[in-house]
Design a protein around this ligand. Structure first.
Ligand code: CTP
Length: 392
């Protein structure tokens, strides 16, 4: 996802510096060309050789290193960089960058950089709350630097409070959001539903289905990486929520209906990938249902068809549904496309291996009024990318 991209990581003197080895390694695995610049103090916490081994690039520390062409190194790296992240960023380095001081390799290079710059402050709570540090952070924000709010928790100095550098996975998600994909969905509002709905029968039981939410979550992640403003309305799932996405948690079809209803009119694209239970008990029993003659007596009613109701009132929205079929996939899906007034339907044949619920892959056929496009088996993220390519 990051091949052809250059990431510069600036590491300063804080105990959290050792965690950047994981970040550098993970970025390299994703195909990025990673360069690490350390302050002298940072070398007290982690050895430059660690980064050199992980990235295959020389780790830069001193502006006046005589072993390479120091005079142009910072400028050429600054030109190459697609993103520059300083993590952990000490109060000292934040102060220097904010006030135009460039007295080492890190501060000199970042000053010459025109790409997006992200700063992840990490320090003792009292230092972080110091008004001078806060004012420097504000100054950086005003100059267009992105600041990652430090997490709160137990700090290495023994204090508890704000000042912790977020975990490497969080730092990576900021980098990914910025450079993983072209921003061809910038300015678009996208609403995606995902996961199963759950209809209560009594305090113990419920009706649901096997949906894991993976397809919808992949769509939300890819749309976010392409620059869209994404709202994800999700039933209960066990997979991690995508970053930088507004998540609305729901359980029943009724709750999902209400959440979609609230957002629908302001959206540009609506993709309904949730597996909505078609039936719910007419009444939820307040006590555990007792079996009568060995048979549990529950009367069912249909849930509201969220997609059809919404699509009936669409104005400029592009509305896309999913269909799960076990036979006559194309005909049944085409019928749903017409009946529900959709712009596109993504048809799954549950009998095909690698398609449907629970798998990491999917096999989908895209159907619109005038054309049919069969996609090969791909990862769910790959399928999400293809679906969004067509919509865009
Ligand atoms: N859908 C919905 N509300 C429901 C049922 C389905 O919004 N109560 C949406 C699904 O999220 C999906 C599309 O409608 O995008 C088609 O769902 P599917 O279950 O394949 O079709 P149904 O209309 O439920 O028909 P059937 O289950 O009988 O095939």
């Amino acid at each position: 996802m990051l091949s052809g991209r250059t990431v510069v990581l600036g590491v300063t003197g804080s105990i959290a510096a050792y965690k950047i080895a994981n970040l550098a390694s993970s970025l390299v695995k994703k195909g990025a060309n990673v360069h690490v610049i350390m302050t002298k103090n940072a070398t007290n916490f982690i050895n430059p050789i660690t980064f050199e081994t992980l990235t295959g690039n020389k780790c830069l520390v001193d502006t006046f290193d005589r072993n390479f062409e120091f005079s142009v190194e910072h400028v050429s790296l600054a030109k190459q960089a697609d993103i520059f992240m300083v993590a952990p960023a000490s109060a000292n380095v934040i102060g220097k960058i904010a006030n135009g001081i460039a007295d080492d390799m890190l501060t000199t290079t970042i000053m010459a950089c025109k790409c997006h710059k992200i700063i992840s402050p990490a320090m003792n709570t009292n230092m972080f709350e110091n008004p001078i540090v806060q004012s420097n952070i504000q100054k950086l924000k005003d100059y267009g630097y992105e600041i990652i709010e430090p997490a709160s928790g137990y700090l290495a100095c023994g204090d508890v409070g704000a000042g912790k550098m977020p975990e490497p996975a969080v730092l990576e998600s900021y980098i990914m959001r910025e450079i993983a994909m072209e921003k061809d969905m910038k300015g678009k509002k996208v609403l995606i539903t995902a996961g199963p709905t759950m209809e209560k029968i009594d305090p113990v039981r419920f009706i649901s289905n096997h949906s894991t939410g993976k397809m919808g979550y992949a769509l939300a992640k890819i749309a976010m990486l392409r620059g869209a403003e994404v709202t994800l309305v999700t039933g209960k799932t066990s997979i991690p929520k995508p970053d930088f996405v507004k998540v609305v948690n729901v359980q029943s079809a009724k709750e999902m209906f209400e959440a979609v209803d609230k957002e629908f009119d302001t959206q540009d694209i609506v993709i309904m990938s949730a597996a909505v239970a078609d039936y719910r008990p007419k009444e939820v029993a307040t006590e555990k249902i007792k079996k009568k003659d060995g048979e549990a007596a529950i009367e069912l009613e249909r849930t509201e068809d969220i997609l059809a109701t919404m699509a009936a009132r669409k104005k400029n929205q592009f509305v896309c549904g999913f269909s799960m079929e076990t036979e006559n996939m194309i005909e049944n899906s085409k019928a749903k496309l017409e009946k529900k007034n959709l712009d596109m339907i993504c048809a799954n044949n549950l009998k095909v291996e690698g398609a449907g619920f629970g798998t990491d892959t999917n096999v989908v056929t895209l159907i619109s009024k005038n054309w049919i496009k069969e996609l090969p088996m791909k990862s769910k993220e790959g399928v999400a990318k293809d679906i969004l390519d067509v919509i865009v």
